[in-house]
Structures are given as C-alpha cells and as structure tokens.
Write a protein that binds this ligand. Structure first.
Ligand SMILES: Nc1ncnc2c1ncn2[C@@H]1O[C@H](COP(=O)(O)OP(=O)(O)OP(=O)(O)O)[C@@H](O)[C@H]1O
Ligand SMILES: CC(C)(CO)[C@@H](O)C(=O)NCCC(=O)O
Length: 308
C-alpha cells in the first residue's frame, strides 16, 4: 500500500480530521441534507471528518495556483487571464470516483458560492461501441486504447484556454454506450473536476499526457475484493432499473435468472475491470497528490498526502 511509498505522509482518520476545525465551517443542516440526497449511503461523518479538511486543502492549492498564474503573467508583461483549476479523480471502476467528484463539487459550491465549479467524467471520451467493435477491442472497454485520447486532450486544452461552452460527450451506463449528440457544456469554470479511470495514465505514444492538465489529483483506493463487492452491488441496482426498460443494455439479463446475471457480472469484473485495475489503473496511484483509502461501506480510514 501507499505507506510503503516514501513520498507520502499517511494520516489515520483521527489525525486527518484534527487538521481542520469542522465547527468553524459554515456547513448547515440543509447543506448536509442536500449532500445526503446525493447518495443516502454517504456517511456524514466522512463529510465532516474527511472531506472538510480535504476541501480546505484544495482551496489552499487553488489560491497558490492563482498566485502562480498571476506572477507568470506579470513576469511576461501580459494581461492576467482566467485559467480554470483542474482536479483529476482516478481509481478503479466502481470504487466511487463519480460519487467523490459529485460530493466535492457540491461542497465547493456550497462553501464558496462565488466559485463556478463543474464536473465531467472521461467515460464520454470512450470510442462508441461500433468503433470498439471495428477495432476488435469491444471486450477491452476502459483500457487505454478504448479512449479517444486526442479528443480528450483537445477538450482539456480548450477548457484550460478558458474557451466558452466546450463540449464533453456523454456516456450512459444504462445504454452501455456513448450517447450521440449529447454533451455537457463546460463554460469557463473556476474549477473543473474530471473523474475517470484514465486521468493519471501516460499512454506510450503521446507527446502530451492527460495528467499534464491537472493541477490537483486524487486517487480513490480500496482492496480489490471490496471494489468487486461494490461493483456487484451497483450491478444489482442497474438490473433492478433495467427490468421494465427494454432500451436498457441489461434488460435481457434482468428478465432472466438472477444467478446467471451475477455469474456474468463476476466474469466481467474478473476479465475486464479487475485486469484493467491491475494492469493500468493501480500503477498510476503514486502520481496522485492525495490517496483516499476506503474500507468496508466506503468509509475512509486513511488519507495519504504526497510530499513532492
Ligand atoms: N461514499 C460512498 N458511500 C456509499 N456508497 C458509495 C460511496 N461512493 C460510491 N458509492 C457506491 O458505490 C458504487 C460505485 O460508485 P460510483 O458509481 O461513484 O463509482 P465510479 O468509480 O465512478 O465507477 P465507474 O468508473 O464505473 O463510473 C455505486 O453504487 C455508489 O452508489
Ligand atoms: C465505462 C467504464 C469503462 C468506466 O466507467 C466501465 O464502467 C465499464 O463499462 N467497463 C467495461 C466492463 C464493464 O461492463 O464493467
């Protein structure tokens, strides 16, 4: 685990919590209710004890980033300009990246209403299923070659240039494909949170890496056995919602035997997502500025902060 890495400070939960006085933060019961409505299983203790200090630390980094940008412009004798601060959230399929991203976005918006915070996932930059079929890699969805990396890099570049209404394609887990002509528009945010299994990866052929665009990065970590459990839990929720919906990718599985469906899901986990975790995702962990380590029920038991 990361405590074997020399360049991280490891904080047990209690030590991390004590780094910031949560009482001093204007997080009202109504804010907490809204956070709870995001996912009613999110622990409010985690919000107060883990995410409050984390948000505070991110804000410190954000201010440092602005000072550095202004200093650079002043040195070059060019007008100061708005540069979005990009946060990357990496980790396995089903470890809880998008939930973490939504939680951070919500907390930043509540606590710092003047900041424009937006969020996307890199899932939309997967090649559509028909292209993956043509390339013969439909069974490698999520692996480095399954993403249109030049398109993702162009997107990140446009956002960093603070261009208006930059389009991010949308992916649907229900349809199991990219949705044609549907986009999220990223419009000159102060902070953009980008969540995806590939945000810290270095594809071998590239001259510029996705990770170069991030000003701050988080890796969400847990034992693979636990992640498999969360993957199957989420699969079960997907099956329930697919039962009455013929357009849902899982409809046929949902109407057949539950046992067969879970057998299939376990195979997908082993053959695709676990393999992807071991081969391509875990090796990126030691690039993150922060590693959030989860144990059962998604509770965070330790936070690792990179020293350099
Ligand atoms: N903090 C949390 N507390 C409780 N449940 C959570 C938490 N975070 C995530 N979950 C649950 O774990 C499952 C996986 O979470 P999520 O969809 O956020 O993962 P992900 O890493 O974004 O996955 P993918 O890469 O496949 O999009 C979901 O069922 C989600 O509701
Ligand atoms: C869309 C990704 C790649 C990442 O979120 C993942 O959720 C996925 O679909 N992986 C392919 C194997 C599977 O169905 O889980």
């Amino acid at each position: 685990m990361a405590d074997k890495l020399g360049n991280y400070d490891r904080f047990e939960r209690d030590r991390w919590r004590d780094l910031f006085d949560a009482e001093a933060v204007p997080l009202t019961e109504a804010d907490l209710d809204q956070i709870r409505s995001l996912n009613d299983r999110i622990s409010l203790a985690d919000v107060k004890e883990i995410y409050m200090p984390l948000v505070h630390y991110i804000l410190l980094k954000y201010h440092e980033f602005q000072l550095a940008n202004n200093a650079r412009s002043d040195f070059l004798k060019v007008p100061r300009r708005h540069v979005p601060f990009l946060i990357g959230i990496a980790g396995s399929v089903a470890v809880g990246k998008s939930t973490t991203a939504r939680l951070l976005a919500l907390m930043l918006k509540h606590l710092y209403a003047q900041l424009k915070v937006q969020q996307i996932t890199t899932d939309g930059f997967l090649y559509p299923n028909n292209v993956l079929e043509e390339k013969g890699i439909i069974d490698d969805k999520g692996f480095p070659d399954s993403y249109d990396m030049p398109r993702l890099i162009q997107f990140l570049n446009d956002v960093k240039q603070s261009r208006p209404n930059v389009k991010a394609p949308r992916y649907s887990h229900q349809v199991y494909d990219v949705i044609p002509d549907e986009y999220d528009e990223i419009d000159q945010p102060d902070i953009l949170i980008v969540e995806g299994i590939n945000v810290l990866q270095l594809p071998s052929q590239a001259e510029i890496f996705v990770s170069d665009f991030f000003d701050f990065s988080i890796y969400v970590d847990a034992e693979p056995k636990l992640i498999e459990h969360w993957f199957l839990e989420r699969f079960s929720i997907l099956l329930d919602s697919a039962f009455n919906d013929k357009t849902n990718y899982y409809h046929e599985l949902a109407t057949g035997s539950r046992e067969d469906a879970f057998l299939y899901a376990r195979q997908v986990w082993d053959a695709v997502d676990l393999r992807n975790l071991n081969e391509y995702i875990l090796p990126t962990r030691n690039r993150a500025n922060v590693i959030l380590h989860k144990r059962q029920h998604h509770a965070i038991d330790a936070v690792y902060l990179r020293q350099y």
